[in-house]
Design a protein around this ligand. Structure first.
Ligand SMILES: Nc1ncnc2c1ncn2[C@@H]1O[C@H](COP(=O)(O)OP(=O)(O)OP(=O)(O)O)[C@@H](O)[C@H]1O
Length: 343
């Protein structure tokens, strides 16, 4: 059976024990007893949570559970009926909505590019509103478009209507990042794209270095997307948090039948992504053929079973070899050990 993973709570406790004199990092977003009703329907029901600096929190749950409403309260596109929201220690109600929104990146499924402005002008909208020097904005726009595989020289002068859906979504991401806001909110940012474009744009999004420094809240109903992108997932139903934690915790230690059944359909695929080779290693045969380095792929313990199988499928290699383990592992042995690790 898998050993229990360290939860954020246990990690924090051990940090406090060892470095009790260091203050814990202040959360960038702190939500307390947030409530929103539409008529008689309570859509966000007394929610309290925090998001740490640099963390990606994914809001997940069935249609109508309140994900978008919750997200929109963070930048005051929707005003709550009760509770408080602090961003960087300031109550959002103390700031004018327009000013607040200029400091928070926002990406939506419909992209919402301004049709009469060029791609470069669209990306530069917020920095211009903030009065940033034009030269600085132009350089930032070029760098972002290049990083999102839309070379600025070619795409910068184009109009949004001349771009494909995937290209428009990339421009939407560049626009949200242009003013370098510390917080980014994304509502189904890849939702309108076909599966192949969706995977490609999501990959480029994940690879953006600067996102690692940002605090991100992302809404999706795509479970695989949530597992790929989230540091923690908040699973919602009827406006209430059903479970909040790292993806593998929701999968391996569901807090309720609702959580268990939510992931049921994709359970095997998610387990393959969540479980690492370090966890299956005790169940692999302890003796066997040493692998000839030339015909086995060497893979680290930190890789997931999904990544290992993907590498085997994509190459002509007959087996894998874990770093520091001389024996080769075949696909069959890996799957058998994975089954045993799941218990
Ligand atoms: N402006 C509004 N007026 C009345 N009801 C609303 C309004 N906006 C949302 N709702 C209702 O609030 C509930 C939650 O909506 P919300 O868009 O937050 O859900 P969601 O989880 O994002 O759903 P989806 O995944 O389908 O986008 C739904 O029942 C919706 O009909």
């Amino acid at each position: 059976m898998l050993a229990p993973a360290a939860t954020p709570a246990t990690t924090s406790i051990s940090c406090v024990a060892t470095f009790y004199f260091l203050p814990l990092p202040t959360p960038v977003i702190r939500v307390s007893h947030l409530t929103k009703r539409f008529g008689a329907q309570v859509v966000v029901d007394d929610l309290s949570f925090e998001v740490a600096a640099g963390e990606t929190l994914v809001l997940l749950g069935p249609s109508g559970c309140g994900k978008t409403t919750l997200l929109k309260t963070l930048n005051r596109l929707i005003e709550p009926d009760g509770g408080t929201i602090e961003i960087n220690g300031r109550d959002v109600r103390q700031q004018k909505p327009e000013e607040l929104r200029r400091g928070i990146g926002y990406v939506i499924q419909q992209v919402g590019l301004l049709p009469h402005l060029t791609v470069a002008q669209n990306v530069g909208v917020v920095p211009s509103l903030l009065g940033r020097p034009q030269v600085e904005t132009a350089a930032r726009t070029t760098a972002l478009l290049d990083r999102l595989h839309l070379p600025a020289e070619r795409f910068g002068p184009m109009l949004p209507a001349e771009l494909s859906g995937g290209q428009q979504q990339r421009v939407g991401l560049a626009r949200a990042l242009a003013a370098d806001p510390p917080v980014i909110l994304l509502d189904e940012p890849f939702g309108a794209l076909d599966p192949i474009t969706r995977a490609a744009v999501r990959h480029d999004f994940r690879e953006l270095d600067e996102l690692r420094r940002k605090t991100v809240v992302l809404v999706t109903h795509d479970v695989t997307e949530a597992f790929e992108l989230a540091d923690r997932i908040m699973l919602l139903n009827n406006g209430k948090i059903q479970q909040l934690g790292p993806p593998r915790e929701l999968l391996l230690r569901p807090a309720s039948d609702f959580v268990r059944s939510f992931f049921q359909a994709e359970q095997l695929a998610l387990q393959l992504r969540s479980i690492t080779l370090a966890e299956v290693q005790p169940y692999l045969p302890q003796s066997g053929q040493p692998a000839a380095t030339a015909d086995a792929i060497i893979i680290p313990f930190t890789a997931s079973v999904h990544e290992a199988l993907g590498l085997l499928d994509a190459s002509a290699a007959p087996a894998l070899r874990l770093t520091d383990r001389p024996q080769a592992i075949t696909r069959g042995q890996l799957l058998a050990a994975f089954g045993q690790a799941l218990g």
